[in-house]
Design a protein around this ligand. Structure first.
Ligand code: NAD
Ligand code: TYD
Length: 355
């Protein structure tokens, strides 16, 4: 029986990881630790929140005393660390928040794991423990017209977000080298799917199309992102957690590059049909706006290592995944309304605080 800590489990990707783990590992205890920032939404987990192997703890990874006490009390043997500030535009206006959560918060977790597992270079690396750090392909910087990010691509972050994630990755590797902490890292491309907070490109545009509002495209929409369905990311995390050797890194991505403008045109066409609007009507909402500062041109992942060594493959084509995503947002209008009105923030007080 395992005791697994998932940080950031109320967020977009974390909630899919919590769902996969609680339903698959019924003999394990899964603790979801989340601060419930604006991005944390416990309504993402309504369907699994009463499972006997699941528990939610509200807390801040930046608070070292709280984290040390939690690790001492719970004696986790596995940590899957997703908690982070994750939006590039917010990192441009408030970089320090990203340093605090993404760097200091990660180091607090590393210290707490090192302490309860008694890790040191003088002792053998504990093989029954794992610290899994979830990172991003944005640490590699930007590509030109050609080439792919591999695990050997040098780090070259450009935004405060990617710089903070790069710093946290370096700390994770340093704890492996210096203290024999059994770490693994994955760097994944852009995710999309259900429960995505509507400040990111795809859910923002789904929300705006639904409400006939402008679709803000930065610059000329020529930037390329490599999109992966969020459930496939959660599946990859599960595979890597179980099969990867300590100290290793895997890139996760679906060989699915799209310019932003092509993604939004496809989304417009899908939603013309779903909303019974005349062909071409949603495209009229596209509005080119001022470009993001330091906007990386192209991300594209080579996930050969993960596919060949651990046998993971993405399960969905993008067109199918995007249609599924639109269907989810249209079927979960209340989720979207509560997120956009801010009502989702009351869910913790109403459902959890009194427990
Ligand atoms: P998200 O912003 O949706 O969720 C982040 C979660 O972390 C939220 O629930 C938030 O409340 C929680 N959190 C933030 N600060 C915290 C703190 N100080 N203490 C405890 N909890 C805190 O993010 P996401 O998109 O789900 O990303 C999750 C992880 O995956 C991040 O580490 C991100 O860097 C990485 N990642 C994201 C993508 C993507 O496309 N979204 C791609 C690759 C990697
Ligand atoms: P985003 O979803 O913020 O993810 P990331 O910056 O981590 O890749 O943005 C995806 C792409 O879409 C990125 O190139 C920026 C662009 N974008 C827009 O054109 N308009 C928007 O309103 C947003 C939020 C993003």
């Amino acid at each position: 029986m395992k005791k697994i800590l998932i940080t950031g489990g109320a967020g977009f990707i974390g909630s899919h990881v919590v769902r996969l783990f609680t339903t698959k590992y019924t003999n394990s205890q899964i603790v979801n630790l989340d601060k419930l920032t604006y991005a944390g939404n416990l309504e993402n987990l309504k369907d699994i929140e009463t499972l006997p192997n699941y528990r939610f703890v509200k807390g801040d990874i930046v608070d070292a005393t709280f984290i040390n006490d939690l690790f001492q009390a719970e004696q986790f043997d596995t940590v899957v660390h997703l908690a982070a500030e994750s939006h590039v535009d917010r990192s441009i206006s408030n970089p320090l928040e990203f340093v605090n959560t993404n760097v200091i918060g990660t180091v607090n977790l590393l210290n707490a794991a090192k302490s309860i597992w008694g890790c040191s270079k003088d002792k053998p690396l504990p093989t029954d423990k794992r610290f899994y750090h979830v990172s991003t392909d944005e640490v590699y910087g930007t590509l030109g017209e050609t080439g792919l990010f591999t695990e050997a691509t040098p780090y070259d972050p450009h935004s405060p977000y990617s710089a903070s994630k790069a710093a946290s990755d370096h700390f994770v590797r340093a704890y492996y080298d210096t203290y024999n902490l059994p770490v693994v890292i994955s760097n994944c491309s852009n995710n999309y799917g259900p429960n995505h907070f509507p400040e990111k490109l795809i859910p923002l545009c789904i929300h705006n199309i639904k409400n006939n509002k402008p679709l803000p495209i930065y610059g000329k929409g020529e930037n390329v992102r490599d999109w992966l369905y969020v459930v496939d990311h959660a599946r990859a995390i599960d595979v890597i957690l179980n099969k990867a050797t300590p100290g290793s890194t895997y890139n996760i991505g679906g060989h699915n590059e799209w310019t932003n403008i092509d993604v939004i045109r496809l989304l417009c066409r899908i939603m013309d049909k779903k909303l019974n609007r005349p062909d071409g009507s949603n495209e009229k909402l596209i509005t080119f706006v001022k470009d993001r500062a330091g906007h990386d041109l192209r991300y594209a992942i080579d996930s050969t290592k993960l596919q060949n060594e651990l046998g993971w493959k993405p399960s969905l084509q993008f067109e199918e995944g995007l249609e599924k995503t639109v269907d989810w947002y249209l079927a979960n209008e209340e989720w979207l309304n509560r997120v956009t009105s801010g009502d989702y923030k009351n869910y913790y007080e109403a459902q959890y605080a009194k427990r």
